[in-house]
Design a binder for this molecule. Structure first.
Ligand code: NAD
Length: 504
């Protein structure tokens, strides 16, 4: 672990970390069809403590919520270097600049955004009322759900822990976060920091692998936000169905890019390769494949190569280029390229004198030409620096290709024709869209973020995050003088006249 700077609170409460805690099997009887869940007694007891605290204090006021957001902000600001080093340790190689821009800056922005808007978000909202019920009043009061769970993946371990946490805390909840076992240094540090900056019944971090995660999602949270793969999301839904836990799913998928004829190719290639090469393609909203007008495939690959060489010269020794998280993911990418090659694709190296380096898990970007539907790269989310470049004849063909697949998490369009842009926006369904660039929609605190269909359910970020972690309680206030008496039994002649009038 990197050396940590001295931390501000002198007598921290016990850090809520569960790595290596003993597990007590509970739940299913021996021999039953369902495997016994692997509960950590500590994890359970922390959950019950948090849940009890949330029932004691059902609606933390503005100042309490603000204090928690301030604590999160301080945690990020005062431990930048330690957090950046921990992420680098997990990846083996991750540039400090990339971590600071894509994780710490984005997190700080979202805390600041929440703090700025919190009073407004918390305010009950007056709603109109139909003439038949006047002069009563109606309002919607956002209320905390209670104790919520967050499951985070490894690819942006700080961002994908903090962003949901901002929403949960702003909405007045207490939160437990299960961080990824593939980013253990970050999870360990974050657990320690959370123990110092928050009370044990406010926020706690859970470390551990799939078994811990499985036990975690079986806790009866008031809401669960899961970020990760579609495959595991299916398991999560199975587990949470029994408890009727409300779930937000932030998943991945194959996010397409459409480049239209006439759009400057070098510009499009540069923006696509930035989106693809950040974190070596291990980004949920990274461009997955590109559709270019037929005949432009090779030219586009050459433009991508020029863009990579400009951004990442001598890529094998370039410390700005991130390593692949572990050997299994590295091998998966090698297998995907081999599979495509075997089935007829042409592999175009996008970086000069680049070699795949298993010892440091450096996987230089490649483009694939001549791909077809039988290849793994066209069936799975790539989640790495491999870019299939596919041709289309008419825009309608490109849209048909996109619409024949699962709904993507993101869609990118490079175009300057307003009508055509509107047409593409109208004729596709995706989690979000950036036009003439990549990734940026995901960094906007004023836009909701979330997938659709196989790429996710629900949304968060900014106000939508606050709403996701709130119960919107409708309240009807009857007035002293009202006509309710006219609408109740006994149903005499006056009632029937009234009903005829209402239903005319
Ligand atoms: P993953 O699904 O393997 O793991 C995510 C989390 O789920 C980890 O904390 C893991 O411990 C936990 N988990 C594992 N097995 C579990 C089980 N049986 N029950 C409950 N939880 C379990 O995903 P990953 O490899 O860490 O992340 C990559 C995926 O996440 C990609 O598909 C990517 O697109 C997606 N992703 C989506 C977003 C988004 O915001 N939509 C962001 C980042 C990553």
């Amino acid at each position: 672990m990197p050396t940590q700077p001295s931390l501000p609170r002198p007598t921290p409460p016990p850090a809520a970390s569960y790595a290596n805690t003993p597990y007590t099997p509970a739940g299913a009887a021996p021999g039953s069809a369902r495997p016994a869940p692997c509960y950590s007694t500590t994890m359970e007891s922390i959950f019950h403590q948090m849940r009890a605290a949330s029932r004691q204090d059902q609606n933390p006021d503005y100042s309490q919520r603000r204090r928690r957001l301030d604590a999160l902000h301080r945690l990020l600001m005062e431990n930048r270097k330690a957090l950046t080093d921990a992420v680098a340790q997990d990846f083996g190689q991750r540039s400090a600049e990339e971590t600071q821009l894509l994780e710490l800056f984005t997190c700080q922005q979202s805390v600041r955004h929440a703090r700025r808007h919190l009073r407004k978000w918390m305010r009950p909202e007056r709603r109109g009322i139909s003439i038949w019920f006047r002069p009563a009043r109606a309002e919607v009061r956002p209320q905390p759900l209670g104790c919520v769970g967050i499951v985070a993946p490894w690819n942006y371990p700080i961002l994908l822990t903090v962003a949901p946490l901002v929403a949960a805390l702003a909405a007045g909840n207490r939160a437990m976060v299960k961080m990824s076992e593939l980013a253990p240094a970050t999870a360990q540090l974050f657990a320690e920091l959370v123990g110092r900056y928050f009370g044990a019944d406010e926020v706690s971090i859970v470390e551990g692998g799939a078994e811990t995660a499985q036990a975690f999602v079986r806790l009866p949270f008031d809401h669960l936000l899961y970020t990760g793969s579609t495959r595991v999301a299916r398991l999560v839904l199975r587990e949470t169905a029994e408890l009727l836990t409300p779930v937000t799913l932030e998943l991945g998928g194959k996010s397409p890019v459409i480049v239209t004829p006439g759009f400057p190719m070098a510009k499009a290639a540069e923006r696509v390769m930035i989106g693809k090469c950040f974190n070596a393609g291990q980004t949920c909203v990274a461009p997955d494949y590109v559709l270019v007008p037929e005949g432009m495939e090779e030219g586009f690959a050459a433009a991508c190569r020029a863009a990579v060489e400009a951004s990442y010269p001598r890529i094998n020794i370039n410390l700005d280029y991130t390593a692949i998280i572990d050997d299994a993911h590295f091998q998966r990418l090698i297998d995907c390229v081999a599979d495509a090659k075997k089935k007829g694709a042409t592999v175009v190296t996008l970086a000069d004198k680049a070699v795949t380096d298993p010892s440091r898990r450096i996987f230089p970007p490649v483009a694939l030409l001549g791909c077809n539907a039988s290849m793994r790269v066209m069936q799975e989310e790539i989640f790495g620096p491999i870019l299939p470049i596919l041709p289309y004849r008419e825009l309608g063909d490109a849209l048909a290709q996109i619409n024949s697949r699962e709904r993507p998490l993101a869609l990118y369009l490079f175009d300057t024709d307003r009508q055509r842009i509107d047409h593409v926006l109208d004729q596709t369904v995706s989690g979000g869209v950036t036009i003439n660039d990549t990734l940026f929609h995901a960094a906007q605190d004023n836009l909701p973020f979330g997938g659709v269909g196989a790429s996710g359910t629900g949304q968060y970020h900014g106000r939508e995050g606050f709403l996701t972690f709130s119960k919107l309680k409708p309240v009807f206030r009857q007035s002293r003088f009202n006509g309710a008496g006219l609408l109740q039994p006994p149903y005499g002649i006056r009632f029937k006249q009234m009903l005829r009038f209402l239903m005319r």
